[in-house]
Design a protein around this ligand. Sequence first.
Ligand SMILES: [Zn+2]
Length: 303
Amino acid sequence: MDAQRTLRRSISCAGIGLHSGKKVTLSLKPAPADFGIRFRRTDLGGLEIPATVANLGGIQYATGLTRDEGTVDTIEHLLAALVSRGVDNVIIELNTPEVPIMDGSAAPFIYLLEEAGIKRLSAGRRFLKVTRPIAMSHGDKRIAIYPSDHFKVTYSISFDHPLLRHQARTLRVTEESFAEEIAPARTFCFLKEVELLRQNGLALGGSLDNAIVIGETGVLNALRFEDEFVRHKILDAIGDLSLVGYPVIGHLVAHRAGHALHTAFATRILEETDAWSIVESPSDAAVGVPLAQPASSAARLAN
Ligand SMILES: [Zn+2]
């Protein structure tokens, strides 16, 4: 049996929200089996917002969740770190609505998880194993998932900018490959967008300390990888896809997608109940009976 995981102990850090610019304290706490990943707003009386597509909220430059009067924003990098370490159950406490941006990557969250340690629980994990392709597109943005024995991501991007024309990468996602090849890749933006973002009250906490900024004639900070941009898109996609509520076994392929399409696709996957099975091991033959419940209750089950 592949055991569900949580953290060995609680851990905290402080930072600022990329879009709000506000100081925030983030605490990660152990949770029991079948609890799922839930955000908890300590400034709103402990309001809990489970990290599933059922609670999808504002999505433009980052992924957010909404439940009752509470929201959480910019959740994707932390979620990607959690799923890559196989953390199924955790309480994520925040005292403001936005997860701290840290250095714009998932590397600080991987470090936090190393410090907290991983604990195996007595209950078994369940995986969502894709059994037939699912695809979605919006204009020239495309995303699909295909049957595979592993969780893999292929991503390609292309921009109408001399410094960032085309990048593509395929990765089999494991704890090691994520930590080494994907987690350090930082978020990026174009210098010409920054003013517009700020006029809209976004990116107020953004700086060269937490984002790669691409100017007309050069990148304003030193890159960590030559193709750091597409690596960061893989990071975002892993975080957004985690909102299906199960670790996914399949090959995700995306071209020029973003948070809106990633999260709409996570919702679509749960709706296409004949395109996947819930299995107890990634190597199980996915020929079992698909989950009988409709997608919404499947999402709740995963909480
Ligand atoms: Zn991102």
